[in-house]
Design a protein around this ligand. Structure first.
Ligand code: SF4
Length: 344
């Protein structure tokens, strides 16, 4: 039972499951506990919203490299389709864009609680710091997160612990409160100092960020949720590639480079029409949704616009199979003014 982790904490050295993001704070939270000989296990949540160049090439984001150095085994879980419900209806609202940070923390802590049970961890901790983020890491938000994830009194925040009520672990003497920290605010001076002192500064590799906080991506996401009958995390991945347009109920995605063109061509289920310029180099365009003559013409004008075509008019080819583009159409290139109102 999960509740056992948090109701019957063992009386010997406990095992802590830490939420790790790839940032400095969670790394230092782990270090602080390791320094008092607590066994620490890491848990990292992945999702298409995660901005991490390394994740592009390495699903594990390079995290294991530096957590290995601290002797910390790291597990990875995916945020699943149920996370889309969190984005659509966050109980505690959004940050500056479509980022439901408080609800997001609650979501991952609930999942972490289940995971902790599976691996017999005794408690959960995070790298949260009071007042580091105005909306999701103030004192009130930290309390809400703890209560809503059913971890009241049992969620350790080693970096700000001295500014918070002692957890049950501290009260029982299983964690030495005097060795925890009392950091507050945005400065990372103390964390950097500790990283330097313990020789892990080079391991700090700020890979992080969340696309839901970005205006352009948030617009694409709102559009996706509005038009998709069955939104999925798999479907979200497509929002990361290409220029996106919404025209007459159709979605038109235009590749910006070779990598994006390849991605669009090799989609398992493109569920639409693939288009490219006939005789010149240019983008792969994917058209989904309400495919009608006006949409195909619009997409053709965009495709030419972003191609190497010099003349104002040109031909595109298109079809349902990337290897069989047997339809063609001659159109004029779109102008910037023409396309801007449809750009997501
Ligand atoms: S920034 Fe994104 S990943 Fe981080 S808490 Fe907010 S919604 Fe979740």
């Amino acid at each position: 039972m999960v509740s056992s982790i948090l109701n019957d904490i063992k009386n010997d050295a406990p095992i802590g499951l830490g939420l790790i993001s790839g940032g400095l704070d969670s790394l230092i939270a782990c270090l602080v506990l390791k320094l008092q000989n607590i066994e620490v296990i890491g848990l990292n949540f992945k999702s298409p919203f995660c901005i991490c160049d390394k994740a592009y090439k390495n699903a594990e984001c390079g995290l294991n490299l530096y957590y290995d150095k601290l002797g910390i085994k790291t597990y990875y879980l995916q945020k699943e389709d149920d996370y889309l419900e969190v984005i659509q209806n966050p109980k505690f609202g959004y940050g500056k864009n479509l980022n439901p940070c408080i609800d997001c923390r609650i979501y991952i802590l609930k999942k972490a609680k289940l995971f902790a049970e599976k691996i017999n961890a005794d408690f959960i901790f995070t790298g949260e710091v009071i007042d580091q983020r105005p909306k999701s890491q103030n004192l009130k938000a930290l309390r809400i997160i703890e209560e809503e994830s059913n971890l009241k009194g049992r969620l350790l925040r080693p970096l700000s612990a001295l500014m918070l009520k002692p957890t049950i672990l501290e009260e029982k003497g299983l964690i030495d409160r005097s060795k925890l920290l009392g950091i507050k605010g945005r400065s990372r001076k103390k964390q950097l100092e500790l990283a330097r002192t313990h020789g892990i500064l080079n391991e700090y590799n700020a890979c992080g960020g969340c696309l839901l906080t970005e205006k352009e991506f948030a617009n694409r996401m709102r559009d996706y949720l509005k038009f998709s009958k069955n939104p999925t995390m798999e479907g979200v991945k497509l929002l990361k590639y290409g220029r996106h347009f919404r025209f007459n109920g159709a979605k038109i995605i235009v590749g910006r480079n070779e990598l994006e063109n390849n991605f669009l061509v090799h989609l398992k289920e493109p569920d639409g029409i693939i288009m490219e310029a006939s005789d010149v180099k240019g983008p792969i365009t994917l058209i989904q949704g309400n495919i009608e003559a006006a949409v195909i013409k619009f997409a053709a004008r965009l495709t030419l616009r972003y191609s190497d075509a010099i003349k104002p008019q040109g031909e595109v080819i298109y079809g349902r199979e990337p290897d069989l583009l047997n339809e063609h159409l001659t159109v004029e290139k779109a102008t910037q003014e023409f396309l801007t109102p449809y750009l997501l």
